[in-house]
Design a protein around this ligand. Structure first.
Ligand code: TA6
Length: 300
């Protein structure tokens, strides 16, 4: 029996959960419920599409790699167990989870939602250092919204420092014309200016590279997109920060797997625990970072 057949036999749920061959031969899962659809890869537990109310909410780069050892560009990369560059030079930016094949742990379905739980067992990780002793799990729940919970348990005997982000690439009509009112007036560290601290002015008006780590993260954030006549709602839990990122037109050209022709159509808003807000996980302790996403017509 092929791997796909085995997955479908053990975990498939009629038209609600299927496993298929995705790009680059990677294993794709498709969740469908309440008229909404999510597609993602076991590789990285990486969601690449969320169609809500018939509209795609996520931006994907048409020039993304779909091959092991390379991260997927767009959708929702899971940055874990570190966000940004590693403190150890030899390790990859944004952690090893987005470069690791997850396994299916469980699934279920009722009249409200379909759920899928993926796991990355410690034994599956070939990364040096203490990080190898984290048991990582991603729970996805799709109904009228998409909820995702990234969890980890420190199964080692030493305290581990963890940073993380749900690095969500949203599809927008024009990044210069969208706004995120919940972040107005909040202070942020600007990665493009050596992490100097500033206060966010209103409206956002993103017409150049933005790479901002907001230190007080509201748990309810709305991305207003008048051009698409919609607002995307992001409810998060467990994040100390919110990161806002668009590389700007110039830098986008230099990112090999980034479709620069659609740079103005993306904006990352990322619930995160970053920089000085790292979490110190004692042995046996668990970490959880979560978000729930959905869209509503503007004005409603
Ligand atoms: O979240 C923002 C950020 O950390 C930026 O600094 C930018 O480099 C981006 O993530 C993308 O990182 P990546 O490793 O996926 O190219």
């Amino acid at each position: 029996m092929s791997t796909l057949d085995a997955l479908n036999t053990e975990f498939g749920i009629d038209d609600k959960l299927q496993f298929l061959e995705g790009k680059g031969g990677l294993t794709l899962f498709r969740l469908s419920h309440s008229g909404n659809t999510v597609e993602g890869y076991l590789y990285g537990g990486h969601i690449c599409s969320f169609v809500h109310g018939g509209e795609e909410l996520l931006w994907m780069s048409s020039t993304s790699f779909f091959e092991k050892a390379q991260p997927i560009r767009g959708g929702i990369p899971l940055c874990f167990p570190w966000f940004g560059p590693s403190e150890l030079d030899s390790l990859p930016q944004h952690g090893y989870l987005r470069l690791s094949e997850m396994q299916v742990k469980a699934c279920s379905c009722d009249d409200k939602a379909v759920s899928l739980v993926l796991q990355l067992a410690t034994s599956a990780i070939g990364v040096a250092g203490n990080f190898a002793a984290l048991d990582i799990e991603l729970e996805l729940k799709l109904g009228s919204s998409l909820a995702m919970h990234l969890r980890a348990v420190n199964s080692s005997t030493e305290t581990q420092k963890v940073t993380a982000a749900l690095h969500t690439y949203f599809e927008v009509s024009n990044v210069e014309q969208v706004d995120i009112p919940a972040l107005h007036g909040l202070s942020y560290l600007d990665k493009t200016q050596d992490y100097a601290s500033f206060e966010q002015v209103a409206p956002f008006a993103i017409n150049c590279e933005h790479d901002r780590v907001f230190s007080k993260a509201p748990q309810h954030v709305e991305l207003l997109d008048p051009g698409n006549k919609r607002r995307i709602i992001i409810e998060s839990e467990g994040n100390n920060n919110t990161v806002v990122w668009n590389p700007g037109a110039e830098k986008a050209v230099g990112i090999g797997d980034f479709d620069e022709t659609r740079q103005a159509n993306m904006l990352c808003i990322e619930p995160a625990c970053a920089l000085d807000d790292a979490v110190m996980l004692k042995p046996g302790e668990s970490f959880e970072l979560a978000q729930r996403l959905w869209a509503e017509p503007i004005g409603s």
